[in-house]
Design a protein around this ligand. Structure first.
Ligand SMILES: N[C@@H](CCC(=O)N[C@@H](CS)C(=O)NCC(=O)O)C(=O)O
Length: 287
């Protein structure tokens, strides 16, 4: 679990905060996952929105809380926790009801959540190429210099490599955008994992036999983002498509994925334009 050490945290005021504070952004998929989890648990929290569109995550203040500069992050009674899946696992122990990680399935859930996290940059690539309108601005060399040099640069006292991975992503994005090859490789990974999930859902309602769990929340968020990207879930994976429809009707979920106007209209227009130009996800990835 990634609870930061005292020396990792430069924004010292948070060490005195009481209660649960959540740093998040409306369109951040990992933030949506955390907000749905908290809504299902019925847990109130103090909300701190960090605007990823204006690089607020690269300001001293936020890098002083999460040296990785990523959302979400939480402060709970003065402790800082980062990494969305670690945050969910931690909060499950603080707020055990209703259970969203079944007893005895902790290791299996951890392995499957790691699989989900490993695909995060693929999800980001498909989001940037096929969803966002206007496209996400690249980060400038000056922004990336700030990213590399601000905050403690450590997680649990050790030099953290994650910022380097992020900077690589942003440099490649500034240089080449998201190429067809990158989009195809990402779509192929999702097709594989969605086929596996589809097989699991052939004879059960949720991804674990015991009922709704963090796995449903985590994969639903990915499926939602890919739907916005134009991935044909119901056509390629009928059981997953039916599960998706059941999940999106839950009020705790619907609230977090509803796009405010004019964002939905812009995303719809982007997809329609991509289809008209023959550069939509289905065409590019041969789905
Ligand atoms: N492994 C991390 C991934 C977090 C992540 O990449 N978050 C994105 C938003 S979904 C972010 O903060 N991006 C920073 C940016 O866009 O500058 C987690 O699960 O928390």
């Amino acid at each position: 679990m990634v609870k930061l050490a005292d020396e990792d945290i430069k924004t010292r005021e948070v060490l005195d905060w009481k209660g649960l504070h959540v740093f998040h952004f409306i369109f951040s998929s990992c933030s949506q996952k955390l907000r749905i989890f908290l809504a299902l648990k019925g847990v109130d929290y103090e909300s701190h929105e960090i605007d990823l569109m204006t690089n607020e995550n690269l300001k001293d203040y936020f890098l002083g809380i999460n040296p990785r500069g990523l959302l979400p992050a939480i402060v709970h009674d003065g402790d800082v926790h980062i990494e969305s899946n670690d945050i969910l696992t931690y909060l499950e122990s603080v707020y055990p009801e209703p259970r969203l990680i079944p007893e005895g399935a902790e290791d299996e859930v951890a392995a499957l959540l790691k699989h989900e996290d490993d695909l995060h940059l693929d999800l980001r690539a498909l989001s940037f190429r096929f969803v966002f309108n206007p496209p996400h601005d690249p980060k400038s060399p000056e922004d990336l210099e700030i990213y590399a040099t601000t905050g403690s640069g450590t997680v649990n006292g050790q030099k953290d490599e994650r910022v380097g991975v992020e900077i690589d992503f942003w440099e490649t994005y500034a240089d080449r955008g998201i190429t067809d090859d990158v989009a195809q490789a990402a779509a192929e990974k999702f097709r594989k994992v969605f086929s596996e999930l589809d097989a699991t859902l052939a004879d059960q309602e949720h991804l674990l036999p015991d009922g709704l769990s963090v796995l449903d929340i985590a994969w639903f968020i990915y499926a939602n983002r890919l739907t916005l990207a134009g991935y044909p879930i119901a056509r390629l994976h009928p059981n997953l498509g039916a599960w998706y429809t059941r999940m999106e009707e839950m009020p705790e979920i619907a609230r977090e994925i509803t796009l405010p106007p004019p964002v939905k209209e812009k995303f719809d227009a982007t997809r329609a334009q991509h289809v008209a130009d023959g550069v939509n996800l289905e065409a590019v990835a041969g789905l």
